[in-house]
Design a protein around this ligand. Structure first.
Ligand SMILES: [Fe+2]
Length: 281
């Protein structure tokens, strides 16, 4: 059963740093997470997840003022999709202060710190030299890059797929889901990823796969989908954070000896992925 095979990590205070360190019970667990492209992360005690969930649930109300957040391009704003009964409020980091309440913007910044902790641990295991982490990640590892904090609802009363199979484009996705429905592809079969109380589901994306491809620890971008399921509450709520590279930046591939093995404009990499089963954030 896959649920027993999904590694679980925690964030530990690191005496050597102001940042917390991603920690697995055993080193094989991180290796398994990199192979699988997915793991559970214990939600930190200082994260006010419940009020963020409450904010998400309140977006369902037709008179919610946040339903008036305008569109910025195709990816940002309050977006109601026709095809799969998904509605969402999606915003990049630069607009959190403008459109999210202060406590939600602060929540997003806490997820930034979690995203960085995850990437740094992958880099440590990859053998990529620390001096190259910032360049390899297009600045994300040092607090730059592109981050989205999205509040998503799937209305499961339709028989459609909630979300077709895809990989995520970015480095890391942090997911808080209120109900089951997420499945990942393992060995050609889709398997359920159960909701684990007090844990995020973390998955790795194409950009992290790209930058680790020639390192000692290549990370898989996991193919996943969301299936429509009936539940007591027919609306499946989720909070999704995407850690991405800047669209106008570069990504670099280094090996453990510090040699450059390749590079790509982020836009070129994403354009290559565009025709495969991926989503753009
Ligand atoms: Fe996804």
């Amino acid at each position: 059963m896959l649920s027993s095979g999904i590694p679980v990590a925690t964030l530990l205070d690191d005496p050597a740093s102001v940042e917390r360190k991603l920690s697995f019970a055993a080193s094989e667990d991180l290796i398994r997470a990199c192979e699988l492209g997915l793991f559970y992360l214990k939600t930190p005690d200082d994260l006010d997840l419940e009020s963020a969930r409450q904010f998400g649930r309140e977006l369902i109300a037709s008179d919610s003022p946040h339903r008036q957040v305008p569109h910025y391009g195709e990816l940002e704003g309050f977006i109601a999709l026709e095809n799969n009964q998904q509605t969402k409020l999606a915003l990049r980091r630069e607009r959190w202060n403008q459109h999210y309440p202060e406590h939600i913007a602060a929540f997003g910044r806490q997820l930034d710190a979690i995203g960085i902790a995850i990437i740094l641990e992958v880099f440590r295991q990859s053998g990529i030299l620390e001096a190259l982490w910032d360049r390899a990640s297009g600045g994300y590892a040092s607090g730059g890059g592109d981050a989205f904090l999205n509040f998503v609802h799937y209305d499961t009363r339709t028989p459609d797929w909630g979300l077709r199979p895809h990989t995520d484009y970015g480095f890391v996705t942090i997911l808080d889901a209120s109900a089951p429905g997420l499945q990942i592809e393992v060995g050609g079969e889709f398997e359920d990823v159960p909701v684990l109380a007090s844990h995020f589901i973390i998955n790795f994306g194409e950009a992290l796969n790209f930058i680790t491809a020639h390192s000692n620890r290549a990370v898989s971008a996991v193919t996943h989908r969301v299936v429509s399921q009936q539940s007591i509450d027919p609306v499946r709520h989720s909070i999704v954070y995407f850690a991405n590279p800047n669209l106008d930046g570069m990504l670099w591939q280094f090996d453990a000896a510090g040699r450059e093995q390749g590079s790509s404009k982020v836009q070129d990499l994403f354009a290559q992925l565009e025709n495969s089963l991926t989503e753009t954030r």
